[in-house]
Write a protein that binds this ligand. Structure first.
Ligand code: WT7
Length: 629
């Protein structure tokens, strides 16, 4: 556990304690006592929240008593899409704006709950007509637009299991996910926009489905209406137009699968994290409402992409379950200029703004001038997610964006947890550099490898000790990888993050304990990048490490051993990097690439990335007894 010396870790000594931010219609003002209360009546706590939503049939038991293998609200029948849309229509929200879409060119579209219901219901009918049945998988490879949200909701409506793949991933990454999820239908668009350019999605999707006979149809949102579609392809809005019926919401068992979302691990193959219906729904409904102290008329903007878990839980499902207005933005944060986001906050009077530290650090670099040009006074709560927010970025975000009046709600969680688990509650004091304290009913700790709790301020493994409803249920087609989460530290769920806990129970996250990088808030496995590098014919061996980066948190450095007959050159390095871009996507491209004669390995042939890291960062190397050469 030598990583506490790493240069990219937070300096957690600097602790600022702003005044508690109470009042203003806070949902509660005494976190400690409510938390203590919730530990005594975990099931009652969740049952009350579940009761606020619609169930076709009430559950028989709240929780099955297990942690690994937990099941929630068994016997209950519900539908997540019904709760996002139909329930809100019944509450009188038909004409309220559900989604505001905006992009770099400041084009906007607004969909009311009524309009979204119509779109989703007809698309759901269309999918049924294409043969999609309950339990079938549908893969969604779409830009961050209402059409993507509609596709997810349409699947949920008819009980199809969606698997969204981030539109920034390219051919091979998409293929691996299609091959694993085996979708009957793939939904895509002709392109997405970024930095004024159209990024082609359709060619990538066509290429990716080619070898998979189980993909029966490709649904294509033809954004400019000029594409010639093939016999196995159907246009998104044609499908909507041809199906006038709003499909009824399927009565789903609480434990029926809702979606699969792939995330990186320590092997080259991504893990299909499986979430189910009832528990996930209740978990994201509750955390969106409580953690941002939502009010009914809030305009809420989470700047993530639907391709990640943050987009699933906190752009689409959480906000819509709460019946608020959610903003979806397609494009880069600093294009056409670094004022675009603040212009949109002003225009839409955004109340809750939720972004990533990497974006905050990017804006810091452009200076205070841009945000100062706009009226950000509508903001009430500002959130952070994806990686630790360093105290400098915290201070800037709090002062410049939040105007020293908005609590900074840091939220620690994972694709697997489905919902926030640790957070800086908006009504309590905050400690910049610390993620905060657990959500109600959930117990967390920092322990050693044997599971012994560590004294305050010592670095150890973060563990979650008790279940929560939105936790993932398994890894798709790979139960052994599900088991692994309970095997790192016996008896507990181990997210493989290193952490410390202070005397007051505030948790600071220090980074990953495994070979997984966090680049601009995105989880990327070193093994995945290494296997992408190996796709280039000149590459014999490759190793990848993360290096501290001022804006991205970590950036990727690759060490490459060439095959005999190839000579290192700048041109070859560029070609190899291009291969990674084509295979995995731009987010996985190593910024640095160094040709080496050989790689340090253990006796068993495992690459010692730790050694490469230490050498690269000028640190001590530690125990080398397992090193072969
Ligand atoms: C990993 C999960 C959760 C949505 C985005 C990423 C890191 C996430 C924080 C935070 C410190 C964080 C952890 C975690 N992480 N949020 N607020 N403070 N670290 O989801 O791709 O599943 O990655 O991201 O290392 O394990 P993900």
């Amino acid at each position: 556990m030598g990583r506490e010396k790493d240069a990219n870790l937070l300096k957690v000594e600097k602790v600022v304690e702003p005044k508690p931010l109470c009042g203003d219609g806070a949902r509660f003002d005494d976190y400690e006592s409510l938390y203590a209360e919730s530990l005594k009546s975990r099931e009652k706590f969740w049952e009350k929240l579940a009761s606020e939503l619609h169930w076709f049939k009430r559950w028989e038991r709240v929780w099955n008593g297990k942690f690994k293998g937990a099941r929630w609200f068994e016997g209950g029948k519900t539908n997540v899409c019904y709760n996002c849309l139909d329930r809100n229509l019944k509450r009188g929200l038909r004409n309220k704006v559900a989604i505001i879409y905006a992009n770099e060119r400041e084009e906007e579209r607004k969909l009311t709950y009524g309009e979204l219901h119509e779109l989703v219901g007809r698309l759901a009918s269309g999918l049924k007509r294409l043969g999609v049945r309950k339990g079938d998988r549908v893969l969604i490879y779409m830009p961050n637009t209402p059409e993507a949200a509609a596709a997810m909701l349409a699947c949920a409506r008819i009980g199809a299991v969606h698997s969204v793949v981030f539109a920034g991933f390219s051919r091979e990454a998409l293929k691996v996910r299609i091959g694993d999820a085996e979708p009957k239908v793939v939904i895509t668009a002709t392109y997405t926009v970024r930095r004024g350019k159209k990024v082609d999605l359709l060619s990538t999707a066509r290429e990716a489905v080619k070898d998979f006979p189980f993909v029966e149809k490709l649904v294509v949102w033809d954004r400019d209406g000029e594409e010639k579609l093939g016999p196995a392809e159907v246009e998104f809005y044609d499908l909507v137009a041809e199906n006038r019926e709003v499909a009824p919401a399927e009565e789903m068992d609480a434990e029926d699968p809702l979606f699969i979302l792939y995330t990186s691990g320590t092997t080259g193959k991504p893990k299909g994290v499986l979430h189910t219906t009832g528990g996930y729904m209740v978990g994201v409904y509750a955390t969106t409402g409580w953690d941002f102290n939502l009010k009914d008329d809030d305009v809420y903007w989470c700047t993530a992409d639907v391709g990640w878990i943050t987009g699933h839980s906190y752009i689409v499902y959480g906000p819509l379950l709460n019946g608020i207005t959610t903003v979806m933005y397609e494009g880069a944060p600093n294009y056409p200029d670094p004022g675009i986001w603040w212009r949109l906050v002003e225009r839409y009077r955004v109340n809750v703004f939720y972004t990533a530290p990497t974006a905050v650090r990017l804006f810091m670099r452009y200076g205070e001038d841009y945000p100062r040009r706009y009226d950000l006074s509508s903001l009430r709560v500002i959130g952070s997610v994806g990686e630790p927010i360093n105290p400098e970025a915290w201070e800037w975000y709090y002062r410049v964006i939040g105007g020293e009046k908005c609590p900074v709600v840091d939220t620690w969680w994972q694709t697997e947890t489905g919902m926030h688990v640790i957070l800086t509650w908006p009504h309590t004091k905050a400690k910049p550099g610390y993620a905060g304290r657990p959500f109600f009913t959930v117990e967390v700790d920092v322990v050693d490898k044997e599971g012994n709790p560590l004294p305050p301020n010592r670095v150890g493994y973060l563990v979650i000790k008790t279940p929560w409803p939105a936790m993932f249920r398994t890894v798709w087609k790979n139960p052994e990888r599900y088991d692994r989460y309970w095997e790192v530290v016996k008896g507990y769920y181990c997210p493989e993050d290193l952490a410390t806990k202070d005397e007051e129970g505030f948790i600071a996250i220090l980074g990953r304990a495994d070979d997984v990088l966090n680049v601009a808030g995105h989880r990327i496995g070193t093994a995945e990048v290494e296997s992408a590098l190996l796709e280039h014919p000149a590459v014999a061996e490759a190793a990848v490490i993360g290096k501290p980066d001022e804006i991205k948190g970590e950036r990727i450095k690759a060490f490459v051993v060439l095959k005999v007959g190839y000579e290192p050159s700048e041109k070859l390095a560029e070609e190899i990097r291009r291969t990674v871009r084509e295979v995995l996507g731009p987010i996985a491209v190593p910024e640095e690439l160094e040709f080496v004669e050989k790689l340090p390995k253990t006796r068993s042939g495992k690459i010692m990335r730790r050694l490469l890291r230490a050498r690269e960062l000028g640190q001590e190397v530690g125990d080398l007894s397992t090193l072969e050469d």
